[in-house]
Design a protein around this ligand. Structure first.
Ligand code: MSP
Length: 649
């Protein structure tokens, strides 16, 4: 049996788990189950990324040591995966001693091979994303989170990433499947083709990290440490056939961490002379109210309230059917419940209960004999479709193919009208009834097997109701073929697997639980409870005062103003906001104000926005204005005198 080793990112411990994390881990669990059905020994690693300044600070806020803090949150992630029924084999913590040993070993190999050197780094750094921001100036925002970066200077160990440009391009060319989907591959290709700069991989200003042996006070930089978890989790471990589990067959990641995985990680491994992973697949983001769900945006939904009210399978089905894997997808309670009722309660659930109930009613719970080739052919096509689509990570498409068969079997049942056949005692009708019931039940068995990787709990229930003896986990595609349901088999008791869910009631329950879980998680993180943003019945999400204080609002004095050529809307201004030089600001106010109205006017400026080019002019800030729908903007201003540069708080 060949091995199939797959991983999820190891999650940061400075936030508690939400459905964004659950999404990747659920997909990984699905792939593991699917690969097992294909006959692989599938092994799944996830874990927690526990080092860095953020964690130190979060621990301090929570009144704990970093280790105590990490223990609590890592346990919470583990508990989460258990509660959701995910089959995790290894949960790797970056604070484990074995992991430290493997990181140090990887560094030594890279160093021995001449890819490590000491250098001095002065630059901008985002402490939230643990990211050096190349080519940034003091005060520039972090390209990932938009928060202001900090300037740091220190002696670091550098990794010679620049030496790997050609080797990486060769890798992408020779193995086009290495990074998927295509859009991400193209991004990586253009990033690497434009040239690579060496990478700082240690810190001297952090205590909470893995020490570089004999080089105190250097500790490893987060990505050199974190990525290595994929390898350290299975260090020295082999599959049943004795083959080492490393290298990974698949790294599943979110699209924001492609560069680290598709560029840094293979370069580290090449430098160390170690085998590379086969494939990296980057999925899109789960959005809530059109924004990426994330702690800093305060628009988080957790998985456990959904599981408690609707079952883990409902969440799994929604995520895999509704969201095209690889693209962004929106989460909403309405869509979740809509999908559940239409596809699970009315679709699969209804097919299962009507088929099994009829076998009880008309054949005393015994599977009859006979079959209809037209439905058998459809089921055969679905087996092939699921294998093909799932192998290409097209889960939504695969499920669509299965649901087409569900609806075809439904129509078949209606056409055959077994309830009429049951009333006719002639042999032909009774044989037709046998064929109809067997066909429906056998189609149900195959459908159940096909959806088992996506709906493991529910599939198990239907499997038992069909009276199947073979454990569902033991089922393989190889032997899944029409005719596997033995005539004469006694079916089990029938009970609804997907009872219909009433929207209002379920949403109210999930929102109440969401509030409770939010409070528990905040307490765990040592924070005071805030009203749950995602649970707010209406209006924009509430933000903590700290978030507001991140916006640098200043009084500005307009020095010059002129319309931007070729635009009705845009005004090009220079504005004194108390800095050595006035700011250039381009704003969409030219339909409401003439240049002369603006001169010497005191306005409010957002001073720490990322610069933006508008009609070729770089705008370094935003002017604050109020507006009603379809109305013209009205600039915010002051009645009293106030100097330019004063901060609004
Ligand atoms: N610790 C790093 C990863 C190191 S891997 C060697 C990290 N951690 S994280 O906690 O921020 O988790 C990021 C991953 O969580 C994403 O790549 C994605 O898999 C998942 N998601 C977190 N929020 C998400 C959404 N809103 N939507 C989809 N997936 C999301 O980055």
């Amino acid at each position: 049996m060949s091995k199939y080793y797959l991983t999820t990112p190891i999650y940061y411990v400075n936030a508690a788990p939400h459905i964004g994390h659950a999404y990747t881990t659920i997909v990984a669990d699905l792939i593991k189950r699917f690969k097992r059905m294909q006959g692989y020994q599938a092994v799944l690693t996830t874990g927690s990324d526990e080092h860095g300044v953020n964690v130190e600070r979060a621990a301090e806020r929570a009144g704990k040591t970093p280790k105590e803090f990490c223990d609590v949150i890592a346990r919470e992630f583990q508990r989460q995966w258990e509660v959701l029924g995910l089959e995790v084999d290894y949960f790797q913590r970056t604070t484990s001693p074995e992991h430290a040993r493997v990181v140090q070993g990887l560094f030594e190999r890279c160093r021995r091979n001449g890819y490590i050197y000491k250098g001095s780094y002065t630059g901008q750094y985002c402490i939230f994303d643990n990211l050096y921001v190349n080519d940034a100036k003091p005060g520039d925002p972090c390209p990932d989170c938009g928060r202001p970066t900090e300037t740091i200077t220190e002696e670091n160990f550098f990794f010679k990433l620049s030496a790997f440009q050609e080797k990486l391009l060769d890798l992408y060319r020779d193995h086009p499947e290495f990074i998927q989907p295509e859009t991400r591959r193209n991004e990586v290709l253009s990033f690497v083709s434009s040239g690579l700069t060496d990478l700082s991989i240690t810190r001297t200003n952090i205590k909470w990290g893995i020490p570089v042996v004999g080089e105190a006070p250097h500790v490893f930089y987060v990505w050199f440490d974190a990525l290595t978890a994929y390898m350290s989790a299975v260090d020295g471990k082999t599959a049943g056939d004795g083959a080492p589990l490393w290298p990974a067959d698949l790294h599943l990641i979110g699209k924001e961490i492609v560069r680290f995985h598709a560029v840094f990680w293979p370069a580290f491994l090449m430098a160390a002379g170690l085998p590379l992973p086969t494939r990296i697949f980057a999925h899109g983001w789960l959005l809530f109210e059109n924004d990426k769900m994330s702690k800093s945006r305060g628009n988080i939904v957790r998985a456990t309230p959904i599981r408690d009210v609707m079952g883990a399978d409902a969440l799994r089905y929604f995520l895999l059917r509704e969201v095209v894997f690889g693209q962004d997808g929106s989460f909403s309670y309405d869509a979740l419940i809509g999908r559940y009722n239409s596809d699970l309660a009315n679709g699969l659930g209804n097919l299962a209960s009507r088929t099994l109930t009829m076998i009880h009613q008309y054949r005393q719970g015994t599977i009859p004999e006979g079959s209809e080739p037209e439905v058998a052919a459809l089921a055969g096509q679905a087996i092939a479709a699921v294998q093909g689509t799932f192998d290409r990570f097209e889960f939504s498409k695969g499920l669509e193919a299965v649901w087409e068969v569900i609806s075809a079997v439904d129509k078949f049942i209606v056409r055959m009208a077994p309830w009429k056949l049951a009333r006719q005692q002639d042999q032909a009708s009774q044989e037709q009834l046998n064929r109809t019931l067997y066909t429906a039940a056998e189609a149900l068995r195959i459908i159940t097997a096909l959806v088992a990787p996506v709906l493991p709990d529910s599939a198990k229930k239907i499997w038992a109701q069909l009276g199947m003896q073979e454990p569902l986990e033991a089922l393989r595609f190889e032997t899944l073929a029409w005719g596997g349901l033995p005539p004469g088999q006694k079916i089990g008791e029938v009970s609804p697997v997907f009872p219909r869910i009433e929207l209002k009631d379920a949403v109210a329950k999930m929102r109440a639980l969401e509030e409770q879980v939010t409070a528990e998680q905040l307490a765990m993180l040592g924070k005071k409870p805030e009203p749950a943003a995602a649970a707010a019945p209406s209006g924009p999400a509430k933000i903590p005062i700290d978030d507001f204080l991140k916006v640098d609002l200043r009084v500005g004095l307009v020095l010059t103003a002129e319309r931007v050529k070729g635009s009705d809307k845009l005004m090009h201004m220079t504005v004194d906001i108390g800095e050595t030089e006035p700011r250039t600001i381009v704003a969409g106010i030219a339909e409401a104000y003439a240049p002369a109205d603006l001169l010497h006017r005191k306005v409010v400026i957002v001073a720490n926005l990322q610069p933006r080019k508008l009609k070729g002019i770089q705008s370094n800030g935003m002017i604050v204005a109020a507006s009603v729908e379809d109305g013209k903007p009205v600039l915010a201003g002051f009645h009293e005198d106030i100097p330019p540069g004063a901060r609004l708080k």
